[in-house]
Design a protein around this ligand. Structure first.
Ligand SMILES: [Zn+2]
Length: 340
């Protein structure tokens, strides 16, 4: 191996959470996973408008690019700014020079009308020729009707479904709720509380830092027969960092584990976004070998080519003005935090 790899893929991201950093503390300190969702993320996503989504996505795409990630599988929710949100995210990523595979995460948390509008956003985006997936927040926040409607919509457009599965104990009955719906092109995020013999088809998306941060437990993805890919769950776009954490958590559970397994999970991202295989990232470290990377923090990209165009040169983005994105994102973060 040399100092060059294809563009990395973040297989589970939430670009809308880029502005969450520095948000006001929740009214009550959450003590459960459901509490974290209710007190933090479901207040944040409800406060988003399209302008915040645009700059949040640009900041997230910029940070991904600066980490050598050229492909983002995004899962988006903004219940008070649904219409047009997927196009805003796609345009924001294109401006920075990062590829994105978006999905709108449908949910019944805001009533049946909210679920219907979420599905309509997916239909509008896919009908217009947009490349994306159908999204479901999670089985435990959706009715059976919504789960079936999302699966049907994905079948109609021959795309997969991107869904959170058994991230916390609240969603432990996900295998029953999704029984008969999943297919190999579905993306199943987290699966921490999923039994080994779950019977679901699809790629499991492992997000080690997020699982640690939410204290939901260790997913132990090596136990599944399904393919496994690595994401960040919205905590930046640095997939090398996800790899390092995935390796060391695997190692903590099994001292015979090697970095090759976690590296195979990182490589699985190229099955989801194969176009990133044609991108070239030149790194600050050589060799880019799993055993080296696992024990070397701070590796950064020096040069990135996407579709033959240099989108990062000497560590600096060429298309987007990084300072302007950070400044505008700070303004939008202030607006967002004021609403909370
Ligand atoms: Zn997630």
């Amino acid at each position: 191996m040399t100092a060059t790899t294809p563009g990395l893929v973040c297989a589970h991201h939430h670009l809308y959470s880029s502005l969450a950093r520095g948000m006001p503390a929740p009214p009550e300190t959450p003590t459960t996973f459901r509490g974290i969702l209710e007190q933090v993320w479901w207040r944040l996503d409800a406060a988003l408008d399209l302008e915040m989504i645009e700059w949040s996505a640009k900041l997230g795409a910029l940070e991904a690019l600066e980490s050598g990630t050229t492909g983002i599988v995004d899962h988006h929710e903004s219940p008070n700014a649904i219409e047009g949100s997927l196009e805003v995210i796609v345009a924001a990523c294109a401006e920075v020079g990062v590829r994105v595979l978006p999905a709108y995460g449908v949910t019944d948390r805001h009533g049946a009308d909210g679920a219907r509008r979420g599905l309509e956003e997916s239909r509008r985006f896919l009908s217009a020729g947009g490349r994306g997936l159908v999204g479901i927040h999670a089985a435990f926040t959706c009715s059976d009707e919504t789960l079936h409607a999302a699966a049907d919509l994905a079948g109609e457009f021959h795309v997969g479904v991107h869904v959170h599965v058994a991230e916390g104990p609240e969603d432990a009955d996900a295998p029953d709720r999704l029984d008969g719906l999943t297919r190999p092109d579905w993306l199943l995020a987290h699966c921490v509380h999923l039994p080994n013999d779950h019977g679901l088809a699809g790629t499991i998306l492992h997000n080690p830092r997020s699982n640690l941060n939410n204290a939901v437990g260790y997913a132990d993805p090596a136990r599944f027969a399904n393919p496994v890919a690595l994401g960040t769950d919205g905590i930046g776009g640095n997939v090398l960092e996800s790899f390092r954490l995935a390796y060391v958590m695997h190692r903590a559970a099994d001292v015979t584990a090697t970095p090759d397994t976690a590296w195979s999970w990182l490589e699985e991202g190229w099955t989801l976004m194969p176009e990133c295989l044609a991108d070239r990232v030149t790194w600050s470290y050589e060799p880019m070998d799993p055993w080296h990377i696992a024990f070397t923090s701070g590796i950064r990209p020096l040069q990135i080519e996407v579709d033959g165009e240099a989108v990062l040169r000497d560590g600096v983005p060429t298309r987007a003005d990084a300072a302007e994105i950070r400044a505008k994102a700070r303004e939008q973060a202030a607006r967002l935090h004021a609403r909370l």
